[in-house]
Design a protein around this ligand. Structure first.
Ligand code: SOE
Length: 392
């Protein structure tokens, strides 16, 4: 095989998503023979001790305590942004202006205006860009896309999705960055709703109008940060106001006439990662559940009467997207592998000079839906998305 060219990654951030991205970048060459191979060149974080430890633990060749150093370095080809949402725009625009390709965690930014600026910057710079909506890249979700595209479900009538978590119900959970509007932009809406909006756009099409409601069940919390995997630690006794939604529910009408029902919450007791959808079409239906990630449930009306019902397809066969790169059929893969598949597409995109979907244009469309839901929750009225947003 011709010697494979390296693509040197500079990652800004190193906590939860930093771990998922680092693992994916390191494991990608183990399973996929992409023309370009990612190299973990440098990781950046403000806390020198913590980022040094993260670099050693996750296998980064070097580390910086200022992200701007990654932008300046000429041994970095791609900037990977895994920081809280309020910093995405500044970092992405600086990276693009420096001629570096950019991949950014979701949601793209705090506002539609910032998302537009980011898209304009990467387009002006001619760099490759992607947004990390990783759930598209579960083999079962890719199979769902194939079946819909082949017309197996016929005309689509309904898309209904949830992303249900329950880590915030205790009022003792501190005021983490995800609960502060100036850092996160929104709560469950942008953190979890963004994912199911992306799945809706990927599988059904553009959204034309929405009507929604949002709620903040716990209005103030102890100050301090938490690690999402640890229980909250009440810090110093001081308390602060929660400035984002704990839960959101909204209806949508797609440009192709299908109806959508969406729910995202951190208060759904007993649901840890209830990222689920069901799609109903004229000829059949599909169901997927992150907590059962490898399986796609399919119902086809054409099945023999008396034998009809949802069948379970275990998407670990060689025929299933990405699955063949791993193990023999039946040996399931996990959440972390969805990130590997997304980076495979990024490597292929850089090799071809293309920005694979989901890219910043998808991020902007997603941000338009987020903003429309927030406006509707304020006004109680249906909100139309800009015409360009509903162009199929
Ligand atoms: C926390 O809600 C979180 O880590 C999200 O930020 C991620 O995007 C989601 O994939 C898992 O849950």
């Amino acid at each position: 095989m011709a010697s494979r060219k390296h693509v040197r990654i500079g990652m800004v951030g190193y906590r939860f998503m930093g771990k998922a991205h680092s693992h994916a970048l390191r494991d990608l060459p183990f399973f996929f023979d992409t023309e370009l191979v990612p190299v973990l060149q440098a990781i950046a974080g403000r806390d020198g001790q913590a980022v040094k430890a993260a670099a050693e633990k996750m296998g980064w060749a070097s580390y910086e305590t200022d992200w701007r150093r990654l932008i300046e370095r000429d041994d970095i080809d791609v900037i990977d942004i895994v920081t809280p949402n309020h910093s995405h725009a500044e970092i992405a625009i600086a990276a693009a202006k420096a001629g570096k390709h950019v991949i950014c965690e979701k949601p793209l930014a705090l506002t539609v205006a910032q998302s537009r600026q980011m898209l304009d910057a990467v387009n002006a710079a001619g760099v490759v860009h992607m947004i990390c909506h990783n759930y598209r890249f579960a083999p079962a979700v890719q199979l769902a896309k194939q079946l819909i595209a082949e017309g197996r479900l016929g005309r689509i009538f309904h898309f209904r999705a949830t992303f249900l978590q329950d880590w915030l119900i205790s009022p003792d959970v501190p005021l983490t960055w995800r609960l502060r509007k100036e850092i996160a932009g929104s709560g469950a809406l942008g953190d979890l709703g963004a994912h199911i909006i992306d799945l809706a756009r990927f599988l059904v099409g553009e959204i034309r109008e929405v009507v929604g409601m949002m709620e903040t069940f716990v209005k103030e919390r102890p100050l301090g940060e938490i690690d999402l995997q640890l229980k909250g630690r009440a810090a110093s006794g001081a308390r602060g106001a929660v400035s984002v939604d704990d839960a959101v529910a909204f209806l949508a009408r797609f440009a192709n006439g299908a109806l959508g029902i969406f729910e995202a919450t951190r208060f759904s007791r007993g649901n840890r990662a209830g990222n689920r959808f069901e799609i109903n079409g004229e000829k059949g239906s599909l169901r997927w559940d992150l907590e059962n990630m490898n399986n796609l449930q399919l119902y086809l009306e054409a099945d023999e009467p008396g034998l009809q019902g949802f069948r379970t397809i275990n998407c670990t066969e060689g025929e299933h997207p990405y699955a063949g790169a791993y193990w023999p059929a039946g040996h399931i893969i996990g959440y972390e592998h969805t990130f590997i598949h997304l980076f495979v597409e990024l490597m292929n995109g850089i090799a071809r000079g293309l920005s694979p979907s989901p890219n910043f244009a998808d991020g902007l469309q997603n941000q338009l839906v987020l903003a429309a839901v927030e406006e509707s929750a304020r006004t109680g009225k249906w909100v139309q998305l800009p015409a360009s947003a509903s162009a199929d």
